[in-house]
Design a protein around this ligand. Sequence first.
Ligand SMILES: Nc1ncnc2c1ncn2[C@@H]1O[C@H](COP(=O)(O)OP(=O)(O)OP(=O)(O)O)[C@@H](O)[C@H]1O
Ligand SMILES: [Mg+2]
Length: 312
Amino acid sequence: MILTVTLNPALDVTYWVDRLALRSATKVRRVRARAGGKGVNVARVAAAVHGPGTVCVTGLAGGSRGEAIREAIAALGVREEFEVIAGESRQTIAIVEENPQPTELREPGPTVTPREWDGFTRRFRVLAKEASVVVLSGSLPPGTPPDAYATLVRAAHEVRSSVIVDTSGPALWDACTAAPDIVKPNEAELPGVDTVVMSSQESVLAAARLLRDHGAGAVIASLGRAGSVAVTADGALRVSHPRVDGNPVGAGDALVAGLALALASGQPLGPAALARASGLAMASVAGSGEVDPAEAERLADMVRTRWIGDGQ
Ligand SMILES: Nc1ncnc2c1ncn2[C@@H]1O[C@H](COP(=O)(O)OP(=O)(O)OP(=O)(O)O)[C@@H](O)[C@H]1O
Ligand SMILES: [Mg+2]
């Protein structure tokens, strides 16, 4: 089983409009609400490839939005094991005009009480026993301890599950101290990389090595349409592929789903596994977050990998 954790899930509401009129009224053409949050996206992609019964989603969810999130996940056929909390889960509003770049309104999410956090960690320890791979994605909600991810990584390792962490800032740095098997920062999330200047392969490699020195087993640094750089104990690989047109939001989550599937099947994080995971990410761009597994396989054939250094 692949267990994904979303501590701060959202009900993602998308409004399609012709043109958003600020400080005035806008007619909505179409509206869609679906369960969101990075771990939910990872689960959706993993379930599309591996079958819905092989994936479980957990985290903290509350109020009527929390209920809507849980129902939407269950409707995907994915097992849902959220800890129910008192606060109302957040809603994210995306307003899509003809211009494909949406306007987004993001709420911070509810504050988690120490008692709710304890309840969640107990539930997590039980679920992690059933999982071969645990995926920890996204930011920490208000009220959770700053070392929340490090605690979960250790708990998962105690029951011999592999762990992937996809987060940023202090949460990523702290998670590394507990030696997660993989971390997957994007370019902006790499420590010390100046993203104003287009980062060079050398600075990406240096940042990835910094995360490995800090404890991460492997670092997959995703570089948007430019592909990724993977640094594992076996060496550093540059992964490149053609650019795909579409919506790149959630491509990182699809890449993480691919990495989780590789770990779940015991496949080493070498060229074949990275090509397959990148194919899922490219298919996610093409499908605006929805992944067609056959299309992903076709796209994976276009991925090229080459060794660019050792793992140190
Ligand atoms: N336009 C694109 N064409 C082809 N592949 C893409 C494109 N954008 C992203 N990808 C693929 O998706 C992977 C992840 O993308 P990116 O680095 O943007 O992740 P991210 O910023 O973590 O995304 P998110 O957090 O929204 O899920 C890249 O490594 C690449 O393989
Ligand atoms: Mg990301």
